[in-house]
Ligand binder design. Structure first.
Ligand SMILES: Nc1ncnc2c1ncn2[C@@H]1O[C@H](COP(=O)(O)OP(=O)(O)OP(=O)(O)O)[C@@H](O)[C@H]1O
Ligand SMILES: [Mg+2]
Length: 543
């Protein structure tokens, strides 16, 4: 660890009590977080007024405030209650806040969105239901962390919205497990690539000339496939454990990523026809790089689906096989559960590190950043690989003492390649497959920086700072130190070194605008970004 003794506060400031698990508060704070990041912050309509952050929705002419836990370095850390200025300050509920934010968005964009209120309500109601139902903790700490995300994405207006009434049976947050449904599909109607031998081992025996295809029971109910080539064999095999993305389940010891025709945050969660072969090709390309990066990869070595000339079934029944976690040293934990102050799991910093000395918190963060940051930046700078290291796509393995020892990256749908360094690899793939996994250098860098610093590290740092507020500057100073170390490597991507210099010089960071994206009903790939302060900026004196 770098020498930081000067910066460790001699007397820890009082830690924040863990926030209440209240669906209304969780919903209101997510809405306010989005409004501050996407509407009020960029419009310079936020004012720290100890102990509050006062914000204005400028077009609606409404003043709001919430408790500000400490001076913001990037995104203000807010706490309930949210209040509105009328005659005086008075609490406002999540419904009224959703109406006010919707009003501001309508005035800003000139467009209405009649679905918005229902999506916020569905998300609120789902959180309330999960709180009511409680959760059976999983014995396995990895699975426990996957199922712990009570509040979910803290910068999305409707993080837990799920269509229909069936979701509680399949929700990770309630600790549910369920057997998969198995289909026997005639060999002539099978499409597959790569290694899918796991499916044949897990599934029931089938007649000569047929192969097994597992189906998520929720998806099967939505899709109702009918074809002479498909026989429904019913539920079979070990119980599957839904992970934090809902549609990906864990079976010992692998993951199966299914299509789910349900909107979860910004996307209806389908395995697109070009993404399935793309995942297999990316696995081939990435595996050899990861050892050199000192990080783990959950590869996706194969997929299987049906090919009946009906794209709805081809994509809707597609399953991607993803590696399991048992091969990794230590105990892998989901980064989102580590960061989430509401997480109902021992993985959460709020539980795991409560009562730790500031020195221990710093040492823990140093290990965390040391394992997470360099592989992501080096993947981009040296190899032209754009990972998507947001909180839900990274596992961090911890040793018996709870110290981070390895980062493990997953989700190849969001992993992209830069066209220059990968030209010959991409040239051998069918065009739509290659196009879907290609990002230009600028867009790729923005995605890396958003996912790594804004979505991920800022939230983990904030969870530590909740335990010891004066430490937050020091956490970012340490982060800067690990970013600086990556400048010593030899970038092979043109423009890479300049981008890294700008990051360290403090250019604003890009933050994904989930509120605006939902309001515009844009597909996720068209999501806009807004600038947020870069906490790596004014720390140069410490270098
Ligand atoms: N901080 C976060 N950032 C992004 N997504 C989050 C966050 N917290 C929770 N989530 C949830 O994680 C999922 C992220 O979507 P993503 O596209 O990465 O996963 P996926 O492709 O559906 O599945 P998998 O990760 O299993 O491959 C969504 O379901 C989203 O609601
Ligand atoms: Mg994911």
């Amino acid at each position: 660890m770098t020498s930081l003794a000067h910066a460790v506060p001699s007397r820890p400031a009082p830690a924040q009590p863990r926030p209440r698990a209240d669906a209304g508060e969780i919903t209101a704070l997510a809405l306010l977080n989005c409004a501050v990041r996407e509407l009020c912050g960029p419009g310079r309509q936020i004012w720290p007024a100890h102990p509050y952050l006062v914000v204005r929705l400028p077009r609606a002419g409404v003043m709001l405030r919430a408790r500000l836990l400490r001076p913001p370095l990037m995104t203000p850390r807010l706490a309930a209650p949210v209040e509105e200025l009328r005659d005086g300050w008075s609490p406002l509920g999540w419904r009224r806040l959703a109406e006010l934010v919707a009003g501001e968005l309508e005035l800003t964009t000139g467009e209405a969105n009649p679905e918005f209120a229902d999506q916020v309500t569905a998300s609120h109601d789902a959180i309330a239901e999960v709180i009511r139902e409680g959760r059976r903790p999983a014995d396995d700490p990895y699975l426990d962390s996957e199922q712990a995300l009570l509040a979910g994405h803290r910068f999305h207006p409707s993080p837990k919205a799920r269509q229909g009434a069936d979701w509680p049976r399949y929700a990770p947050e309630t600790g549910r497990r369920f057997p998969l449904h198995w289909l026997a599909v005639h060999e002539d109607a099978i499409a597959e690539e790569g290694d899918v031998s796991l499916l044949d081992r897990l599934g029931p025996p089938v007649r000569e000339g047929y192969r097994v295809l597992p189906a998520h029971p929720w998806q099967l109910a939505l899709l109702r496939p009918e074809s002479a080539a498909i026989t429904d064999l019913g539920p079979y095999g070990p119980e599957a454990v839904p992970t934090s993305s809902v549609r990906t389940v864990y079976v010992p010891d692998a993951h199966l990523k299914f299509s789910l025709d349900v909107r979860i945050t910004n996307c209806v969660r389908k395995n697109a026809w070009y993404e399935m072969p793309g995942a297999v090709a990316l696995t081939r390309a990435l595996r050899p790089l990861f050892d050199g990066l000192g990080a783990g990869l959950l590869g996706e070595p194969g997929y299987r689906t049906v090919s009946l000339g009906d794209p709805r079934l081809h994509e809707g029944l597609g399953v991607i096989v993803r590696d399991g976690v048992r091969g990794f040293a230590g105990t892998p934990l989901l980064a989102a559960a580590i960061a989430d102050p509401y997480a109902r799991s021992g993985a959460a910093i709020a539980r795991r590190l409560a009562g730790s000395s500031p020195e221990h918190l710093l040492a823990w963060w140093d290990a965390y950043v040391r394992h997470v940051v360099p592989p992501v930046l080096r993947a981009y700078l040296e190899h032209g690989v754009v990972l998507e290291p947001h909180l839900q796509n990274v596992l961090v393995s911890v040793d018996d003492g709870g110290m981070p020892i390895q980062a493990i990256f997953r989700d190849l749908e969001g992993t992209k390649l830069l066209p220059g360094p990968w030209a010959s690899f991409l040239g051998e793939l069918p065009c739509p497959v290659a196009d879907a996994m290609t990002y230009d250098a600028e867009r790729g860098w923005d995605r890396v920086v958003y996912c790594l610093f804004v979505n991920h590290l800022a939230e983990v740092a904030a969870a530590i700072a909740d335990l010891c507020p004066p430490l937050e500057r020091e956490l970012w100073r340490l982060t800067r130190h690990h970013v600086v170390r990556c400048t010593g490597e030899t970038p092979t991507v043109p423009g890479g070194a300049a981008r890294l210099r700008a990051l360290l010089a403090g250019v604003p960071l890009p933050a994904k605008a989930n509120l605006r994206t939902r309001w515009a009903r844009d597909p996720d790939r068209a999501a806009a970004y807004v600038p947020v302060p870069n906490p790596l900026a004014d720390l140069q004196a410490g270098q």
